[in-house]
Design a protein around this ligand. Structure first.
Ligand code: SIN
Length: 490
């Protein structure tokens, strides 16, 4: 099959993947009354609807996950791995159409969206590769009679709540780990971008996943979230989203003592030490900051540059940022798409206004883009106060730059935040980069790079950025529990 190439063909291929439905126990439940409209953020037109499920329908999905769990968890690990491999192959075969679907519902440029599909798929192949290696241990009991065996078993049916900024990758990062471990899954995608998750779920069924193992439930957080968190059958919740919502969900999960993985907000610092390679630091800042139009949890939110190179860095950064191409996702060469919704644009505007009120000056951008709607100009601000950017993530294409005098000050300012997801350090001295990188309170530190997203990298934060790790060899641990058997030898 020749992959579609023109924007119209790509959009057509994406639309064919749209299912205006939820998936409950292998059945597609159509969007009816009170359905949720899904918008194309670049055109502000309605792409379609998904149902707002009732509490009973969510309970059906949970019951299906509980019923399917014994059989799926007892399958040979090799078979679960083979399913993941088949799923990944189907995703690859549909890569362009899935990329186009992400562009339609999320607005990210098509090339970046295809990159997300590959990133998403890499989690599936990663976990396919470790399915057969979930070993336990034989433990010396310390006495002559007993031998202790520790097994790692799946935690049970799992719920996942995923965000709109990576409609594919945040879903597969959780789903692939769950299926690899032998868990079943009920997933609530973000209401803004449910179609990608539904399309991926359809491919999972086509790849041979038994129906009850995977339900995708759409609807109001107050209904769907409450059923998932309140159910005793669901043994774990994995959530990616804001710290505020994470706290709420953790509270709702407390009565049933669920296992939790919380990948929450960040306000990532990026430090450019005085011996940094300036070009590399500028390129890393642009790559990290403007990915997804600044709408990722690991985007640098505040850039600290040593005072001796601050002006030179700023000049080069401003040049690069001013040249970024803003536009609709299917236009060739576009690097920055629209923000997800009107509230996101307002937040970015507020951050710029506060930075200016705090003494900052705009070096490029600073306002809504001429394209109107959800488009905002890529922005560089210097001379503002860093307090706002330390305590609140902008989630938009704004790059505030500050200067510092020495490494200790840079580390102190990096750590003066309640968040601790990602951080970045640029230095040509490995010793300094290691020392500074280790002193920063963050779960993920990039050295001489602005991009840390890789299925092999343990992804997760500290402090108010949450807990648990996703992807990597550690990512499976959150889906497994240890069970021991003591053998009394006679
Ligand atoms: C996120 O923004 O939550 C995830 C970013 C990533 O995986 O790169």
């Amino acid at each position: 099959m020749t992959p579609p190439t023109s924007p119209d063909d790509l959009k057509g291929a994406a639309r064919k993947l749209i299912r205006e439905a939820a998936l409950v126990d292998g059945a597609w439940i159509s969007a009816g009354d009170g359905a949720i409209a899904v918008e194309d953020p670049s055109e502000q037109t309605i792409l379609g609807h998904v149902p707002s499920l009732t509490a009973d329908q969510v309970d059906e999905a949970i019951a299906a996950a509980a019923d399917a769990f014994p059989e799926w968890s007892r399958r040979k690990a090799r078979e679960r791995g083979e399913f993941l491999t088949r799923w990944a192959a189907l995703i690859t075969a549909n890569e362009q159409a899935l990329g186009a679907l992400i562009s339609l519902e999320n607005g990210k440029p098509f090339a970046e969206a295809v990159g997300e599909v590959r990133y998403a798929n890499a989690f599936i192949t990663w976990f396919a590769g470790i399915a057969e290696h979930l070993d336990g241990r034989a433990i010396d009991s310390g006495n002559a009679q007993d031998l202790i065996l520790a097994f790692r078993e799946p935690v049970g049916p799992v719920a996942a709540i995923t965000p709109w900024n990576f409609p594919a990758a945040m879903m597969t990062r959780k789903a692939a780990a769950a299926f690899c471990a032998g868990c079943t899954l009920v997933l609530k995608p973000a209401s803004a971008t449910p179609f990608t998750a539904l399309a991926l779920a359809a491919l999972a069924l086509e790849a041979g996943l038994p129906p009850g193992c995977f339900s995708v439930v759409s609807g109001a957080q107050s209904v769907v979230g409450a059923r998932l968190t309140g159910s005793a059958a669901i043994r774990k919740l994995s959530f990616t989203g804001s710290t505020e919502v994470g706290r709420l969900l953790a509270g709702q999960c407390a009565p049933t003592l669920k296992r939790l993985s919380m990948e929450l907000g960040g306000a990532a610092p990026l430090l450019v030490l005085d011996d940094a390679d300036l070009e590399l630091a500028v390129a890393g800042t642009v790559a990290g900051k403007f990915r997804g139009a600044g709408q990722t949890c690991v985007c640098p939110n505040r850039i600290y540059v040593h005072e001796s190179i601050h002006d030179a860095f700023l000049e080069r950064l401003t040049e690069r940022v001013a040249a970024l191409k803003v536009g609709k996702p299917f236009e060739p060469g576009v690097e920055i798409g629209p923000l997800i919704d009107a509230k996101a644009v307002e937040k970015v505007e507020t951050h710029v206004a506060k930075a200016l009120a705090d003494g900052g000056r705009v070096l490029t951008g600073g306002a809504r883009h001429d394209l109107g709607g959800r488009f905002f100009q890529p922005t560089v601000i210097a001379g503002a106060d860093d307090a706002l950017f330390t305590c609140e993530e902008t989630f938009g294409p704004v790059c505030p730059v500050f200067s510092f005098r020495d490494d200790d000050e840079a580390v102190a300012r990096a750590n003066a935040s309640e968040f601790g997801l990602a951080a970045f350090v640029f230095s040509e001295s490995l010793n300094r980069a290691m020392r500074v990188g280790r002193a920063i309170d963050a779960g993920i530190v990039g050295v001489n790079t602005g991009l840390v997203s890789n299925p092999a990298n343990p992804f997760g934060g500290v402090k108010q950025s949450g807990y648990g790790r996703e992807g990597s060899a550690y990512g499976i641990d959150d889906y497994l529990q240890v069970k021991s058997l003591t053998l009394a030898l006679r």
